[in-house]
Write a protein that binds this ligand. Sequence first.
Ligand SMILES: Cc1cn([C@H]2C[C@H](O)[C@@H](COP(=O)(O)OP(=O)(O)OP(=O)(O)O)O2)c(=O)[nH]c1=O
Length: 573
Amino acid sequence: MVLNPVLGKLVSKRVVLASASPRRQEILTNVGLRFEVVPSWFKETLEKSSFTAPYEYAVETAKQKALEVANRMHVKHLRTPDVVIGADTIVSVDEQILEKPVDKQDAYRMLSRLNGKEHSVFTGVAIIHCHSKDNQLEMDITDFYEETKVKFSELSEELLWEYIHSGEPMDKAGGYGIQALGGMLVEYVHGDFLNVVGFPLNHFCKKLAELYYPPSKHNVQRKKYDSIPSVDTFENQSDGESESSNFTKQKGASKLDSSGTYSSEAVYASENSSGVRTGFTVPLENQNGVSQSAAKLPSKILELMDGFRASKALFVASKLKIFDHLKDKGPMKAVDIANDVGTSVCGTERLLDACASLGLLEKTPQGYSNTDSANTYLASDGKYSLHGYIIHSNDHLWPLFTNLESAVKEGSRQNHRAFGKKADDLFKDYYHSQEVKQRFMSAMHSIAHLTARDVATAFDLSQFKSACDLGGCTGALAHELVQVYPNLKVTVFDLPEVIANTSYFQPSGQHTAPVTFVSGDFFKDSLPEADLYILSRVLHDWPDEKIHVLLSKVSAVCRPGVNMEKKTVSQII
Ligand SMILES: Cc1cn([C@H]2C[C@H](O)[C@@H](COP(=O)(O)OP(=O)(O)OP(=O)(O)O)O2)c(=O)[nH]c1=O
């Protein structure tokens, strides 16, 4: 659930974070933003002396990082994102810009300059809205920066070196990480702490508010949002746009309180009549800014307590193919859907209301219809449909997780309890029944297809000439890899029963190097040689002894790469 309504505006968009920084990913994930990570390949080598102020350098670098990703995704992957976010954090002391240290000596040089002094941390942020028109990429760029002042205590040489040897400084601007050991060096911080860690979240939300909800005519004197508007504020606005609409077209009256500022509210969870959580707001402060309620609601815990209900509502609606019906025929009344799918009217209505409150459907006087996300991801026929994986989650994972308590107590797999069969027998079942096989392959295909580009671009794999996707099933990841890296020869290795059924899942009309499919049992048969081995959703299926056998076989046939040692990318998946 997204706590902030301005972030909520991004929910239905393809948002890409053009950054490898784990801190930025964490900051944005923590507030419920869903995004893909495509690290930028832009080299941070802009001429610093050509900028009049340090923040200009950070903003320009952030912009170039985001532009590189937007262009690469548009050209190489033919999937233009809606929004690309880039950021760059620098430390500035005595008019000098400090970036990440190149080695320990460099870290020492930086930390010595900061020692006992106040310095500024600037993060430049670029938000690029992309549109593809006649295959041309059009972009609207918004950028800003945030400054935070940080003061270091007087630190001894010994302490500095001890800190440097911890390894923490190496991937951080100025050579320190305030969020971890580096916090010990800091005497005070003036400004946004998260800005130092790499992403000025507060300023980012205000910027989104400016973009998506520009002040109305009678409030034109308010040029900028100086607080993040509340949910109420937005819900009462008639911006007249669907969730997929372009931010620049949105108009709306921002609701201000009598003092001309937005009241501070937080979104928590409640249950509606169908037992599904909906958002409501709880005022946190009275007019004097004094907290009225001593106990904050534990929203994360409440979310976890109820999460299973939401999952099951999604699973059942998917199983009944309600999203398919609505894609073809929506908007529809509950009674008509119930007639079509052969269910009770009262039960169907409750399920539909649950889906509407979960943001999967829209409910209007005309009836229920799919949201854009439901059309894209939940209808079973979409290119990026998750239908197969949702059905697998309902039919296979749900019964297993129902036995989690026994699994923890016994330390064993629970297939016998959930399905009356051992794990190995169950795995064979996947391939003996045509229907079960198809369902399992659809599940693996849908999740692999959706995540393939993230996996393919998580690292720069251009130095590899050949790759083998072990247990690569329908080849969803393999096809993405050959698109991103046209010189890479990719082999998919899987069981003969799987390989025999892959034709249905092959992409049509793509002019890329073909993927080779090789059938065999990876425990028994010899594996093809390759520079790079990919094990995705494979290792978790097997006990340690078998994994040892498999990894030893992979190690024997995986050729050392150009710059890297033998490499598998299973750890990123
Ligand atoms: C000062 C400071 C910086 N940092 C981090 C934030 C950034 O990740 C990093 C500065 O490097 P950046 O070049 O801004 O970012 P990055 O290289 O990590 O990722 P990318 O270029 O792909 O976006 O320093 C901290 O984590 N803590 C701190 O206290």
